[in-house]
Design a protein around this ligand. Structure first.
Ligand code: ISL
Ligand code: CA
Length: 551
């Protein structure tokens, strides 16, 4: 079995993980001090969000030098030490590859904007306007207005799908592609084990740059462009195939049919992708800025479609959240005192025991919750700041707007790791770059590690359980109780055995008759409630989950 399929990945958002020098910003030496914590949890791979040199308009997703470490995070020596210390513990390290765009402070862009015949001009996407209007009607993904920024020096516009500080690269240019493969080689030859590829589904643009239709989305126009698979195959041949890597593509706008190409088991492109169909479930009229709750039947439908759709053709990734998405317990579970821990355990169980490679986002293993932002000066993320202005413009009162942003914005998942109950939460001795969730006295790693029935210790058990039961990597996925809107349940089956994973996603006790699905239970292998009576009385307590061996 390939290790890429059997491993568990842990995502570190470095700015918020651990600060070693008291400047309020998490850093690489800080990560090194936590490697034993991660080893103890049982994870095999770290994905570290960008640590390259960057002016930081989008927290490192705007890179000005791909081959340098940003001084806020440390030095190249610090990074090489992290790599060495991680490898010594049997932990692999994956970097974030952000190659849809660079920072506007990247040397290539500085050159590119100087003149139309500069050799770097064609590294980016420049167009004439339509009269005094931008080349088309696309608006950026951060709610900041047009995707085109006018540049007076050459009287043209450049494309930026994200902020104006993130000009899009032109992948049609072969020299640009060569530079990117060379840069990947730079990191892989230093021992990096692979990449998470930022918005990789967007790199091949439609060359006629058509207007987006009323009600349509730019995302679907730019996703899965004509040459994206050609580029990824080229990347695989030119660089990835020289190493034993793990690759995951962030793939907004990718359908199951497309995922079968990106993440095909034939290994010509990537190991897997992050699809967005779960994230889109609570989207709506106002994009994601609403109070919608995800309905369980919708969630089940998406999960089952992807499980069955990729079966024996391609490979799934399994994630609940990341640095762009709301905290999972607040979004899919119940973050009240009574059910927070139990529902986080349920979510991990039901998500990570499907087929695919599990990804844990920092803090999930503690049951970290959404943060409440009370004033605009507490916001840090460019998208949240734009959203506040846009919501206010629509007439939504400040406190309501802040409430929506707290629930759905990206800052909420970016508050610092809560390591202990001391001032600064063990994250920093200084002033943190973003506020610390005030619940750190109650929710923190120290308390979690010391208590046997904590979320952390459950995650640890679950990771080990998954790893030593190959059925979860290889077994078939068969949904059961499909019509129920309170329970998510499925079987995993291989030639030797069948197990059932079942979870009650509601705050009420529910009764489940296994005979309805002709299921004969043998014993409970793992549960989130000590002394569960489920196998005796058929009652699932609120947010209860169980893994059961069938006879
Ligand atoms: O979170 C989003 C905004 O609502 C998504 O649309 C997000 O922008 C999209 O998932 C792409 O995310 C990635 O690229 C962005 C960066 O800001 C995100 O942090 C990164 O994960 C641009 O590099
Ligand atoms: Ca620091």
């Amino acid at each position: 079995m390939d290790w890429q399929k059997n491993c568990v990945v842990y995502q570190i958002y470095p700015k918020s993980f651990c600060d070693s020098n008291g400047d309020g910003i998490g850093d690489i030496p800080g990560i090194i001090t936590k490697l034993d914590y991660l080893k103890n949890l049982g994870v095999d791979v770290l994905w570290i969000s960008p640590i390259y040199e960057s002016p930081g308009f989008d927290n490192g997703y705007d890179i000005s030098d791909y081959k340098a470490i940003d001084p806020i995070f440390g030095t190249m020596d610090d990074f090489l030490r992290l790599l060495k210390e991680a490898h010594e513990r049997g932990i692999k390290v994956l970097l974030d590859l952000v190659v849809n765009h660079t920072s506007n402070e990247h040397e290539w862009f500085k050159q590119s904007r100087t003149s139309k015949d500069n050799p770097y001009r064609d590294y980016y996407i420049w167009k004439d306007g339509r009269g005094d209007k931008p080349p088309n009607n696309w608006t950026d993904f951060f709610g900041g207005g047009s995707c085109w920024e006018y540049d007076a020096a050459t009287n043209q516009y450049y494309l930026h799908l994200f902020s104006p500080w993130q000009p899009d690269l032109n992948w049609e240019n072969r020299k640009l592609r060569d530079e990117i493969y060379d840069m990947m080689d730079f990191w892989l030859s230093r021992g990096v084990d692979g990449f998470r590829m930022d918005v990789i589904s967007y790199i091949s643009k439609p060359l006629d740059f058509p207007d987006v239709k009323e009600g349509g989305s730019v995302s679907f126009l730019v996703a899965n462009g004509a040459r994206v698979h050609e580029y990824l195959r080229e990347m695989r041949k030119r660089v990835l195939d020289k190493y034993d890597t793990i690759t995951v593509g962030e793939a907004a706008g990718v359908t199951i049919e497309e995922a079968k190409k990106y993440a095909n088991l034939d290994g010509h492109e990537l190991n897997m992708v992050f699809h967005f169909e779960v994230n889109d479930l609570d989207g709506g009229e106002n994009y994601k800025w609403n109070n919608k709750k995800i309905a369980l039947p919708d969630l089940k439908r998406v999960y089952s479609r992807w499980q069955k759709g990729l079966w024996q053709v391609a490979w799934n990734s399994l994630y609940l959240s990341n640095h762009d998405q709301p905290r999972s317990v607040s979004r899919f579970g119940n973050d009240c005192d009574l059910y927070r821990e139990r529902s986080q355990k349920l979510l991990a169980t039901c998500t990570y025991l499907m087929q695919g490679t599990p990804f844990i986002y920092q803090g999930e293993e503690l049951g970290a919750t959404a943060n409440r932002f009370e004033s605009s000066d507490q916001l840090r993320d460019i998208e949240s700041i734009n959203a506040l202005a846009n919501l206010r413009e629509k007439g939504i009162p400040q406190s309501e707007a802040l409430d929506i942003i707290s629930k759905r914005g990206r800052d909420s998942a970016r508050t610092p790791m809560q390591w202990n109950d001391e001032k600064g939460a063990g994250f920093t001795t200084g002033t943190p770059w973003i506020m610390i969730n005030e619940n750190y006295k109650k929710i923190n790693a120290k308390e979690q590690i010391d208590r046997e029935d904590s979320v952390y210790n459950y995650y640890k058990k679950l990771i080990a359980f998954r790893k030593f039961n190959q059925i979860f990597t290889q077994g078939e996925y068969i949904p059961v109780f499909e019509a129920r809107n309170d329970v998510f349940a499925y079987l995993r089956r291989d030639e030797n055995q069948t197990v059932m994973v079942i979870g009650n996603y509601t705050e009420n006790a529910v009764s489940v008759n296994l005979a309805d699905e002709k299921i004969k239970a043998e014993c409970c292998l793992l549960g989130n409630i000590e002394g569960s009576k489920f196998l005796q009385n058929g009652i699932l307590e609120p947010y209860e989950s169980n893994v059961i061996r069938l006879g």
